[in-house]
Write a protein that binds this ligand. Structure first.
Ligand SMILES: [Zn+2]
Length: 451
């Protein structure tokens, strides 16, 4: 299907737009933007079509509204499918046919290129406008919000939540009264409070977490007041955990609404936790690369345990290398192994294969109480919640769990890359594919210094 591009004119795009960062970035890849759900109409509030899918299928692409003969919007189709206001807003988007490659454009700069600096400046400007004159106490609370160690998208979301400007159906229906105000899960009016507090769907998810009492602080207050109290009275860690989960609820309720996709409820808190830990690990890694790295070497396992460190390396030629180093609770070398497997592997799958390889060896050599150590956080989560994940690594992880159990008191633990360097070296041993090497009792020379 032919794709259509939008002219990168600042004036045309900027009209009537204010808000947070993402609002300033439009996909001009209409060939792959969904008509319902994607944000692509700059002149509409929240930039998406504020009505339930009608006239066009739920999974329609924006380019389907384009008359390819004249390279312009299909007027008849627009007017027959949508309220006049919406049709007009769409028609104001200039089109042109071209073979140019699709890309995201940033309409606040002439060249359409986004940089973090520009994004921040724009965001700050929007923020000051929206807040008007604010009291010192409020400024303090917003500052605390920006300092939270959560992914930037979560901070931006929290800001919108506290400003009560999330595009809930109740808010959106002010603009388009014909659209109902119902929550997609339960037919109640969809306000912010409903989505995050009152809806049975949300309550069931909160109950699955150890932070279920988060909203006791809120009472009848607003989200802003809740955030202020929470930041004053609770630890940053707790607040961060709540924020990420709130963001996830929002993300999921939108996914449910727009593509009917739905994560099992029990997975949502785990995904939220994973996102947060990943983010923190990444921040830590960034710090580790700064001039004064905080290095943590490998530590001996508990008495009676066997440490099995594993790592995987994705190699350029469509192969993966698996590395294993096994030591006893005194830190003495037992064995090291390397294996090459053929295929294009996703990093996570390769990491799971490495873990499996390591624990298999421990079982084969009857080593007791394996403490599996990997620097792949998602594998650790999947091994610790083996019944939850149904994807392909989930299946692999369940089999690793059974192997761990076979060694007695087996467990899995996360280790940072620094501490896992020796397994990393083993994963990069130069082997032919499908070749496997094991070093027993005496380590190979190239890892002696790292042991
Ligand atoms: Zn509901």
């Amino acid at each position: 299907m032919k794709r259509w591009l939008v002219r990168k004119s600042k004036e045309e795009w900027a009209s009537g737009i204010s808000g947070v960062l993402m609002r300033h970035c439009w996909p001009n890849n209409f060939g792959i933007s969904y008509f319902w759900g994607d944000r692509w109409v700059p002149n509409l509030v929240n930039q998406f079509i504020p009505s339930a899918p009608m006239g066009l299928p739920v999974d329609a692409y924006v380019c389907e509204l384009v008359d390819q003969e004249i390279s312009d919007w299909d007027d008849n189709l627009l007017e027959s499918c949508f309220p006049h206001e919406v049709a007009q807003a769409i028609k104001q988007i200039p089109l042109r046919g071209s073979g140019e490659k699709d890309s995201l454009i940033w309409h606040m700069s002439k060249l359409g290129q986004y940089t973090v600096k520009k994004g921040y400046k724009q965001w700050l400007a929007d923020f000051l406008i929206q807040n008007g004159v604010h009291s010192k106490g409020k400024a303090e609370t917003w500052k605390k919000l920006w300092r939270l160690e959560v992914p930037p998208k979560v901070r931006q979301f929290m800001w919108r939540l506290a400003r009560e400007i999330l595009p809930t159906w109740v808010l959106v229906s002010h603009r388009n009264p014909r659209r109902g105000e119902c929550c997609p899960f339960c037919d109640q009016r969809e306000t912010q409070k409903h989505i995050f507090l009152e809806c049975q769907w949300a309550s069931r998810i909160w109950r699955r977490t150890d932070v279920a009492r988060v909203f006791e602080l809120m009472g009848d207050g607003t989200f802003y007041e809740w955030m202020e109290t929470a930041m004053d009275q609770r630890t940053a860690n707790e607040v961060e955990e709540w924020c990420v989960l709130l963001w996830y609820l929002w993300k999921e309720s939108n996914a449910h609404l727009f593509n009917g996709a739905k994560l099992p409820e029990e997975e949502i808190p785990i995904h939220a936790k994973l996102l947060q830990e990943d983010y923190k690990q990444n921040q830590l890694r960034k710090k580790e690369h700064s001039p004064q790295p905080v290095r943590q070497g490998w530590r001996k396992p508990a008495v009676g345990e066997t440490s099995v460190c594993t790592d995987a390396g994705i190699l350029a030629d469509g192969e993966a290398g698996l590395g294993v180093v096994i030591r006893d609770s005194e830190g003495r070398f037992i064995m090291a192994a390397a294996k090459r497997i053929l295929g294009r592997w996703e990093a996570e799958v390769a990491e799971a294969r490495a873990a499996e390889f390591g624990v298999q060896l421990a079982v084969q050599f009857r080593l007791p109480n394996v403490k599996l150590e990997t620097d792949c956080l998602s594998i650790v989560h999947k091994l610790q919640n083996p019944t939850v994940f149904m994807d392909k690594t989930g299946v692999l992880c369940r089999s690793i769990c059974r192997l761990l159990e076979a060694t007695g008191d087996g467990r899995c633990s996360y280790t940072n890359r620094e501490a896992n360097q020796v397994a990393h070296a083993m994963a990069h041993v130069d082997l032919r594919w499908n070749e496997r090497f094991i070093w027993l009792d005496t380590p190979p020379s190239f890892i002696i210094n790292q042991l």
